[in-house]
Design a protein around this ligand. Structure first.
Ligand code: F6R
Length: 616
């Protein structure tokens, strides 16, 4: 939520900031703004409600003086609506200091009260402006921007990333973070700050993580990091594993379309180097060694939204293979219900961004209770892996579209690897069974490529349904999380009512929703399924068809039993039942994309959403 970028160096800061913001816009698009210290040593800001394009057009029509120091922000509104006035940067010290903020200042009301009593005035409804005014006052007293930041953060409660610049201090940007992301980009005679590395990857691939409760001061030739008390801290430099082209559209009409096309690679890259001669190799588990894994008596998987649905699939696979109780829970529910966890519980957190505040807080809580913690994450250097004992990175590459697609299949792949590793450590599957499952996994990327080809007509199907007001999704067993994921994608992209149900639950209530013409997607298990769920789902289809539903079945290629009862069948290649979700989910991702496109909606930036949810 909210994208942040800062720059000091010899180049045009407006250019660097706007390029950075264009890569960070997925984090929020309610407004955008920049503040730059011009070559005449005056601070200028320009900010606008609406997407970044509005700011770009405005700067083109009426440029501001450029300079070599600046900060930029793209907003997802929390306090105060998406207006010009509430857009960042906010000003302090009579317009000489500019501040941008991501997060929520929980004690802003009392701080504001204090400032009002002292004669300060405000032009916005935001919590952030309070901090800008405080920083301006602290700078006036100290004449030192880093000290001013230190004094301000000492009084703040909540979560924040802050960047400040002051016109008296050209060549200096000061940042601070608590429970909200900030990374440093190291250049040659220039340095960068960003909410994530996408902000500066075009200019440098050298990055440095900033820890919790730390302050950073960048100048063209130096970077200083301290804790909130001013004590220097050690930092770790790393190389960004992807280049700028990976986060560009590269000729695709949308990031989402590009990212769906990358689902086969996301699985292949997550498997790469982790399977060898029929065995799973996960050296990155580090301290979570075989002895620890063997001693576990329970696993709790946590995540939000799509990540939680990936987690649901993990429960089926891990429990079945490793014979250990596994539960999945939404991070924000888990964190606040006093769960029973201890040192024999492994809490596996799943997050594409690695910054989802609900999940981050839940991981911290789990550690505090003595549980062992592992994260499955797609973003190097992000907060959730840093708070966990070990991390399994999903190598899906940067995901820019707000709706998660390729990250989902990569998360499921990582969970399956974990499940097979646990089964090997705990001796619950034979070596041959593990090898057979690994071979199934290795075949998934090729089968996903076939699914993409076979899904070419979904655009036409979605086109016919552009006026649909409600779509239901049914699945059973491992098809159930797929149904939930299909419904979530449709809600968030096409803004229509969509619900996923366990097919067996239908007759316990939801069947009342079925009326003539109701569109229902059904994820049909393989007829080769050893649990014999196939005939039960075919019966469910008949029950809803009898009540007028229009059924679109996602079924294994050659499944003749389903043909007479479905209006449309989207075929998927044959796979062992546990692995079918990886194939069945892709047509649903495509359907949501196509229906939203048919409705003329922005699939990369759906309304009211942001990619990285860094507020609770
Ligand atoms: C849905 C979607 C969200 C995210 C959720 C968690 O398409 O993208 O539901 O899955 O906000 O985000 P991460 O994985 O970054 O923790």
């Amino acid at each position: 939520m909210c994208g942040i970028v800062g720059y000091v160096g010899p180049n045009s800061s407006i250019d660097v900031l706007l390029r950075g913001l264009s890569r960070l816009e997925y984090r929020g698009y309610d407004s955008a703004g920049v503040a730059v210290i011009g070559t005449d040593a005056h601070l200028r800001t320009r900010k606008h409600a609406g997407k970044l394009k509005v700011l770009l057009d405005e700067l083109k029509a009426s440029p501001i003086q450029d300079g070599q120091t600046g900060i930029g922000h793209t907003r997802w509104a929390t306090h105060g609506g998406p207006t010009d006035g509430n857009a960042h940067p906010h000003l302090g010290d009579a317009g000489k200091l500019a501040l941008i903020h991501n997060g929520i200042i929980e004690n802003f009301a009392s701080l504001k009260e204090e400032l009002l009593l002292d004669g300060e005035t405000f032009t916005s409804e935001t919590d952030s402006e309070v901090v800008a005014i405080m920083a301006g006052r602290a700078y006036r007293e100290t004449g030192d921007l880093t000290r001013a930041m230190r004094e301000v953060v000492a009084r703040l409660e909540g979560a924040f990333t802050l960047l400040i610049v002051h016109e008296d201090r050209p060549g200096e940007v000061v940042g601070a973070r608590r429970n909200s992301p900030l990374v440093i980009g190291l250049g040659d005679g220039e340095n960068f700050l960003g909410s994530d590395v996408a902000a500066f990857v075009e200019f440098t691939r050298r990055a440095v993580e900033i820890g919790q409760d730390q302050i950073v001061t960048i100048r063209p030739d130096s970077v200083e990091v301290t804790d909130f008390d001013g004590n220097p801290v050690e930092t770790r430099e790393y190389e960004i594993a992807w280049d700028a082209s990976a986060s560009e559209k590269g000729g695709w009409s949308s990031f989402m379309r590009k990212e769906i096309s990358e689902e086969p690679d996301a699985v292949a890259n997550t498997l790469r180097g982790r399977v060898h001669e029929g065995e799973v190799l996960l050296p990155e588990l580090g301290v979570l060694d075989d002895a620890v894994l063997a001693s576990l008596d329970r696993i709790v998987i946590i995540g939000c939204g799509t990540a939680a649905y990936a987690g649901m699939l993990g429960t089926y696979a891990i429990e079945s293979w490793a014979r250990i109780p596994v539960e999945v829970e939404l991070s924000h529910e888990f964190r606040y219900r006093n769960p029973v966890i201890n040192e024999r519980t492994l809490v596996v957190s799943i997050s594409q961004s690695g910054e989802t505040m609900d999940t981050l807080m839940a991981v911290k809580y789990a550690r505090g209770e003595g549980a062992r913690t592992l994260s499955i994450c797609n973003t190097q250097g992000s907060s959730i892996p840093r708070e966990s004992e070990a991390v399994l990175y999903t190598h899906a590459g940067p995901e820019v579209a707000v709706a998660s697609t390729k990250a989902f299949v990569a998360q499921v792949t990582a969970l399956y690897l974990l499940g097979l590793h646990l089964a090997s450590v705990r001796g619950t599957l034979s070596a041959d069974e593990i090898t057979a499952s690994i071979n199934e996994l290795l075949a998934i990327p090729g089968k996903l490529a076939d699914v993409l080809i076979a899904s070419a007509d979904i655009g036409q199907l979605a086109g016919w349904m552009a006026d649909t007001r409600s779509v239901l999704f049914l699945g059973r067993n491992v098809g159930f999380p797929v149904a939930l994921e299909g419904a979530l994608k449709l809600k968030e992209l096409a803004y229509i009512h969509a619900e996923g149900f366990a097919a067996g639950e239908l007759k316990h209530g939801p069947i009342a929703l079925i009326e003539p013409g109701q569109i229902v997607f059904v994820i049909v298990p393989s007829p080769r399924d050893p649990n014999s769920l196939h005939p039960k789902v075919v019966s469910n289809i008949q029950e809803i068809r009898a009540r007028g539903a229009r059924v679109i079945a996602i079924a294994e290629k050659g499944d003749a039993a389903v043909l007479p009862f479905a209006d449309e069948v989207i075929p998927i290649p044959l796979a062992a039942p546990m692995f079918e979700p990886l194939l069945a989910v892709v047509p649903l991702h495509i359907f949501a994309l196509e229906l939203a496109t048919a409705k003329g909606l922005d699939v990369d930036q759906p309304r009211n959403l942001a990619k990285s949810v860094t507020v609770e």
